[in-house]
Design a protein around this ligand. Structure first.
Ligand SMILES: [Zn+2]
Ligand SMILES: [Zn+2]
Length: 314
């Protein structure tokens, strides 16, 4: 086996969907170029942007920060990172440590915020008596916290490490659940609803999860590898397993899922026009389609004592 680009014998990956076999250096270079090309193609970043990255310490968020750091070094953007501690004991601590070390080594401004301060409750406490799946709470609260943190620091974009697998899972899940409203929000950059919503960008949207793993290994980056203890048995996990399984024989299936979806999305948005409501939450002031946003609805449902919410975050 030889690298199809440089002829090196040290091949580390066989990209079945493109037929390329690549050595470590060529893999890193082509992957970075692919991400930069997508950033340009979808207009994810403009010169002067202040980008806040949600850094969990996992492979996806470490990789996206590693790549965005190049744009910072070229003085194209400002970059800062925030780690959300959901309060999952025995799990989150390692991720926080890795995120801290990564940012310190590169002088990237970094802060850790907790779900406890923001919502008055930890995920562990929620999961003692949950009425929904852990991922539902976690996803809603994370988006809510990231948007509030971005507004606070004057960020113009929020970057996340969502990869190709994540995006396909979201597409298939929402199809199967018939959730058209959610489908219209999937994409490389979320559409803006009102002035308070900071655009969210996904620079790794076209990078398969497996390649994110190969990338952090090839770059020698330390990442938090443990999976979330609450994720097993989730609907998302089941869909993810299914997609991985059918990709073995059909290596291009995730790309065709993505391309097909991107084509119908515009029609879907036009079709839904008028039914998508936008307003602000009466409790926290964040964008919301109803009187209360989802995060505030959950806080209310969970019966959190108002005194538990950190005064800065009321
Ligand atoms: Zn090579
Ligand atoms: Zn709210």
């Amino acid at each position: 086996m030889q690298c199809t680009r440089c002829g090196s014998e040290k091949v580390i990956i066989n990209r079945k969907y493109s037929g390329q076999m690549l050595c470590s250096e060529c893999f890193i270079e082509t992957t970075r170029k692919k991400v930069m090309r997508d950033i340009r193609k979808y207009g994810l970043i403009e010169r002067g942007d202040r980008v806040l990255v949600g850094l969990s310490g996992g492979k996806d968020s470490i990789m996206v920060t590693d790549i965005l750091d190049e744009l910072r070094n070229r003085n194209i953007i400002e970059l800062e990172a925030v780690t959300i501690d959901e309060g999952i004991s025995g799990y989150r601590e390692d991720g926080v440590r890795i995120a801290r070390r990564f940012c310190a080594a590169r002088d990237i401004p970094h802060r850790v915020v907790t779900l406890k301060d923001y919502a008055g409750i930890t995920l562990d406490e929620i999961m003692k008596n949950p009425s929904r799946g852990a991922c539902t709470y976690c996803g809603v609260f994370r988006r809510w916290i990231l948007n509030r943190e971005a507004r606070k620091s004057g960020a113009t974009k929020i970057a996340t490490g969502h990869n190709l697998d994540d995006e396909c899972q979201a597409i298939i899940m929402n199809y199967l659940e018939g959730n058209l409203e959610n489908l219209t929000r999937i994409g490389p950059m979320t559409s803006t609803a009102g002035g308070k919503f900071i655009p969210k960008i996904k620079p790794l949207r076209e990078i398969p999860e497996r390649e994110v793993g190969v990338y952090v290994l090839a770059r020698g980056l330390d990442v938090h590898l443990a999976g979330c203890p609450y994720a097993s048995g989730s609907f998302r996990r089941e869909i993810g397993d299914f997609l991985k399984q059918i990709s073995v024989k059909r290596p291009t299936i995730m790309y065709s899922t993505l391309r097909g979806f991107d084509k119908i999305k515009e029609t879907l948005i036009r079709d839904m026009d008028g039914t998508r409501k936008s307003g602000t939450c009466v409790s926290c002031g964040e964008p919301s389609s109803g009187r209360l946003c989802k995060a505030c609805t959950f806080i209310h449902e969970l019966g959190v004592n108002e005194d538990e919410v950190h005064s800065d975050h009321r």
